[in-house]
Every structure is written in structure tokens, then in C-alpha cells.
Design a protein around this ligand. Structure first.
Ligand code: NAP
Length: 321
């Protein structure tokens, strides 16, 4: 059931504050002026009267920013995740909504298809062979002979699974609640993890980063995968224990890794991920919030909220995602 907004001044103009990239703020202000003129779109640091601001859209927060907004009702994240926002700064009554928009979903699904196919067709091995000046052939498997498992079965995993479907991989999934997804064998919770991992030849991490999932991609998890499995981490760098990954690749426990995220970002010069022959590293570009499409997702959500409906992507603050 829709929750009432705290504000009762429905005749007053609604104000939203954008805090972040200036170019995006200017573009979004223009789109709001055309498509939702009843909303006063402001760009930090031009707050106007801060009492009037009911909504905030931001990638990160500062204590000063939150303290300056006494009537904040909803915080909209510019990203699909909210772990980059220090929610400890945000009063408990403020609702938090993450970004669900086609730019992120489509680009993430493409990245997962690319990485899965690259691992399935042994690209890391062939790149290493090419660099060493060797011409070595390996057996080729059909997609139907390969099992791909997803840690997390939310928006992005489901879009990726859908994009992979025509290729015919065997697909497994693991989540807290064990979702029901056509064509996917799913597992739930702590007791489902071991039997799930034992079957994953390619493991894709698309979990949110929470206290429960931090460091989940570690030695003990790698040891429960079939020997020679490969991993794709497109979630957050904090899910992965970097030294454990390098050790598992070096001793052949894992064969390769596609990493789109790292901790910290950017990785410092000389970090082993830059030069490890079995690691393909990209700089957090898998699922990109596109300015041009995300603004319409934000407008759609604001329209829902102002009509007394639930926004898409509300975060359960007690779970952290
Ligand atoms: P989502 O819709 O919130 O889905 C999260 C999934 O993870 C759900 O299936 C949830 O299970 C599961 N989960 C959460 N905690 C769990 C736990 N402790 N044990 C088992 N399963 C757990 O999230 P999303 O939109 O798919 O996004 C996932 C993450 O991708 C984001 O949080 C963000 O960190 C990352 N991301 C990365 C990029 C990039 O460019 N690399 C871009 C966007 C997002 P239930 O279904 O049971 O709740």
C-alpha cells in the first residue's frame, strides 16, 4: 500500500535537488522544465530555500548536504546500488530509492553476455597464448554443456539471464529468497549456497554490497566451485577478496576472472589486477546510468510518488538493498 508523503502542502511547487555532475544537473533541469514543469529542479549548490526541498537525487552524500535539508522525504540514488551513499547520515524517516533505468540494465546485460561468452570460449587462455607466440587449440564446448550461475537474482541478474537465454547455457541462480525464474534452477539462502556453487563453471556476482555479502568472493567460496571455474564480478569491488582471487588463479583453482569493479576505485598503479594474465579488468563501465534515459526513470518515479503510489526500486533500509 502506498505510504503518504510527509508533506501536506500539495498546492506548493515541489522541489528536488540534484547533487553531483554539473553537466548532468543542467541537462536534467532542462528535461524537467519541459516534461515536469510542476517540479522545481534545483542544482547544488543553488539550493534556494532549503525548507522547500522534499526530494534529493545524488550519487554520494555529505553530512552538510543532509543537514541542510530539514524537509527531505525521499533520497533518489543516481546509481542502481546504494552502498556508495552513507545512509547513516540520512534520518530514518527518509525513504531511499535506487535507480532502475534501461541504460543500466541493457548495458549490464550486454557486459555479462560478453564476459560469459569470452570465458566460455577461453578468450583469456587464447590471449595469453597469442602474447606468448603460441598456437594452441582447446576443445570447444557448446553453450548447453556449460553451467553459468548467478549470485543475486535482482533486476540486473534477470536482465542478464534473459539476454543469455538464446545462447542456451544451463543457468542457475542463488538469492536470499530463491526466486522463481523460468528456465533457471534457483537456490536460496545459506543452505542453498554449497549445492549451487558446486555446479557453477562460470559464476557471475550481481549482489548488492551489504554487511552480509561483503567479501563473499573469497578463498572458501572459490574452493566450493568446480576446479577451473571462472568468475565475473560486475557488482562491487567490496565483494571480492583480491589476494584470494590472485592465489586461486595462480594455483589453478580458478581459470580466469572478468572484473568490472574493484576496491578502491580507481585501483592504484601497480595493483596486480592490472597485469595478471588471467584477469580481464574494466573500469566500472558494465552497467552505466545514462543521463539521457535515467532522467525519464526519475520523472516516472516522481510522478508515481506525487500520485501517492510506490516508487520503483525503494530500498529496504533494514536489509541495505
Ligand atoms: P537488486 O534488484 O536489489 O537484487 C539484489 C539480489 O541480490 C536479489 O536477488 C537479492 O535476493 C540478492 N541478495 C541480496 N542480499 C543477499 C544475501 N545476503 N544472500 C543472498 N542473496 C542476496 O539489485 P540489482 O539492481 O540487480 O543490482 C545488483 C548490484 O549490482 C547493485 O547493488 C550494484 O552494487 C551493482 N551494480 C553494478 C554496476 C556496474 O556498472 N558494475 C552497475 C549497476 C549496479 P532477494 O531477491 O531474495 O531479495
Amino acid at each position: 500500500m502506498a505510504r503518504p508523503l510527509l508533506s501536506t502542502g500539495s498546492q506548493e511547487m515541489t522541489s528536488i535537488l540534484h547533487c553531483g555532475d554539473e553537466e548532468r544537473g543542467t541537462l536534467w533541469r532542462d528535461v524537467f522544465a519541459r516534461e515536469m514543469p510542476e517540479v522545481d529542479f534545483r542544482c547544488w549548490p543553488d539550493l534556494g530555500d532549503p525548507q522547500e526541498i522534499r526530494f534529493l537525487v545524488a550519487w554520494t552524500l555529505t553530512p552538510e548536504l543532509i543537514a541542510s535539508l530539514p524537509n527531505l522525504e525521499i533520497l533518489f540514488s543516481i546509481g542502481a546500488g546504494v552502498d556508495q551513499l552513507d545512509l547513516g547520515l540520512v534520518p530514518p524517516h527518509v525513504r531511499v530509492v535506487r535507480m532502475i533505468e534501461p541504460g543500466i540494465t541493457v548495458t549490464m546485460a550486454q557486459y555479462i553476455v560478453m564476459a560469459t561468452l569470452a570465458l566460455h570460449r577461453d578468450l583469456p587462455f587464447y590471449v595469453a597464448e597469442q602474447r606468448a607466440g603460441r598456437w594452441t587449440q582447446r576443445d570447444v564446448l557448446l553453450c548447453s554443456e556449460r553451467t553459468v550461475g548467478f549470485l543475486g537474482l535482482g533486476e540486473l541478474a534477470r536482465a542478464s539471464i534473459k539476454a543469455l537465454a538464446p545462447l542456451g547455457f544451463k543457468v542457475l541462480g542463488w538469492s536470499r529468497s530463491g526466486a522463481n525464474i523460468a528456465g533457471v534452477e534457483t537456490y536460496a539462502g545459506a543452505e542453498g549456497l554449497d549445492p549451487f556453487l558446486a555446479r557453477c563453471e562460470i559464476l557471475v556476482c550481481l549482489l548488492p554490497l551489504t554487511d552480509d555479502t561483503r567479501g563473499i568472493l573469497c578463498r572458501s567460496l572459490f574452493e566450493r566451485l568446480p576446479r577451473g571455474a571462472a568468475i565475473i564480478n560486475a557488482a562491487r569491488g567490496g565483494h571480492l577478496v583480491a589476494d584470494d582471487l590472485c592465489a586461486a588463479l595462480d594455483d589453478g583453482r580458478l581459470s580466469a576472472a572478468f572484473l568490472d569493479v574493484a576496491s578502491p576505485e580507481p585501483l592504484p598503479e601497480g595493483h596486480p589486477f592490472y597485469s595478471h594474465p588471467a584477469i580481464f579488468l574494466t573500469p566500472h563501465i558494465a552497467g552505466v546510468t545514462r543521463r539521457e534515459t535515467a532522467v525519464h526513470a526519475l520523472i516516472g518515479n516522481l510522478q508515481r510518488v506525487l500520485a501517492g503510489e510506490e516508487p520503483d526500486g525503494e530500498v529496504d533500509r533494514s536489509r541495505g538493498y
